[in-house]
Design a protein around this ligand. Structure first.
Ligand code: ZN
Length: 371
């Protein structure tokens, strides 16, 4: 058996959902500098990724707002800006990281010793009622999108909100067809059970859950029941196993307030960013958001692999979006996941599938291309 660290370092390791672009516009924050959780909140940057995480899908996230033309226009403007910020950040470091839109790009970049950056959309709210805008984001390199976030919107019901459509809206059905036509991966994380069922039924390509867990381990609406995980796998899909909702979320009022501020961290002066980090990290000691720790994470991961199968699991920790548990606070802990999976009897080939092969297969399936 190869030395774990060597194996982990050699593997192409991808995460299906990186919220890190929220940090890209921060004054004084640089993706090529190493940040520590003692003084900062970001859970990854290029120095910490090196040898620990080869890359993944960098998210264009938009909070849910009102379903009005004015609000759609404002959301679209901010999503376009976030997409540009990702491009501009990558362009600063061409020797160290590259943009990817297909499986072959990821393999090539990794072979060149570079990090890999795909783009995805969390919450398709910014397209309003114009499905044609998906083609614009596709042209900007986006290859994965989810319809909805924590509230029902014009496209679909959310797993954490009262139903508005009993699944997908008529517009949401058109969204699925347009995603298929463009060859983009449909991400069902955050969608309600009914919306998941309808997307699974309607989509011509396998689905991904970019950052979700299983109700068989912890019963929460954001997780899927084991039957749905099996149905996802039966159609070739993949679950990006996450670090969130392995336990109840402890959202004390101060954390809720900081969470809100975190969404706008890119607009804060440096002193306020530092204050946010200090208060956020202090709360990790006194009132952690999750009571689950690394051992719980491993138990839940093994359960998920058992249910879905080795061919249908990838990783989507929700880094920089509320993810991380005690013992796995940032990406530097990831080699320990490989170590534990090897110890549990999985082969290096299994590890390769779970760390990137399955994710890239779903990407290629959606695009209608062979890997
Ligand atoms: Zn999310």
């Amino acid at each position: 058996m190869p030395h774990t660290t060597d194996l982990h370092r050699r593997l192409l390791t991808l995460d299906a959902h990186l919220d890190t672009p929220v940090h890209f516009s921060r004054e004084g924050w640089h993706f090529n500098e190493r940040h520590g959780l003692e003084t900062d909140v970001a859970q990854l940057d290029m120095p910490r990724m090196a040898g620990n995480l080869s890359g993944g899908f960098f998210v264009i996230y938009t909070p849910q707002g009102p379903l009005t033309d004015d609000a759609y226009a404002a959301a679209l403007a901010s999503a376009r800006q976030r997409s540009r910020e990702i491009d501009e950040t990558l362009a600063l470091f061409p020797d160290h990281i590259g943009a990817a839109t297909a499986a072959a790009d990821a393999v090539r970049l990794h072979g060149q010793g570079k990090l890999v950056a795909f783009k995805s959309i969390e919450n398709s709210y910014p397209i309003g009622e114009d499905l044609g805008l998906l083609a614009e984001f596709h042209a900007q390199g986006v290859r994965m999108a989810g319809p909805v976030h924590i509230r029902a919107n014009q496209l679909a019901d959310s797993s954490t909100d009262a139903p508005r459509w009993n699944g997908l809206s008529p517009l949401g059905e058109g969204w699925v067809a347009e995603m298929n036509r463009l060859g983009m991966v449909i991400d069902a994380s955050h969608a309600s059970d009914e919306a998941f069922d309808q997307m699974l039924e309607a989509s011509r390509a396998p689905l991904i859950l970019s950052h979700s867990g299983t109700r068989g381990y912890f019963n929460h609406p954001r997780n899927l029941d084991d039957g749905r995980i099996r149905a996802l796998a039966a159609k070739g899909g993949v679950i990006g196993f996450t670090t969130i909702y392995l336990s109840a979320m402890h959202m004390v009022p101060e954390r809720a307030s900081l969470f809100h501020t975190m969404g706008h961290i890119g607009d804060l002066p440096i002193a306020e960013q530092t204050d946010l980090a200090r208060r956020w990290n202090a709360l990790d000691d006194t009132a952690p958001m999750w009571s689950a720790d690394f051992e719980d994470y491993i138990r839940a991961l093994l359960h998920t692999i058992n249910v879905a199968g080795v061919e249908h699991v990838c990783f989507g920790a929700d880094w920089d979006g509320g993810g991380g548990v005690a013992g796995l606070r940032d990406v530097t802990g990831l080699p320990r996941v490989t170590e534990r999976l090897l110890a549990a009897g999985f082969s290096p080939d299994d590890l390769e599938k779970m760390w990137s092969g399955n994710l890239l297969r779903v990407l290629s399936d959606a695009a209608g291309r062979e890997l």
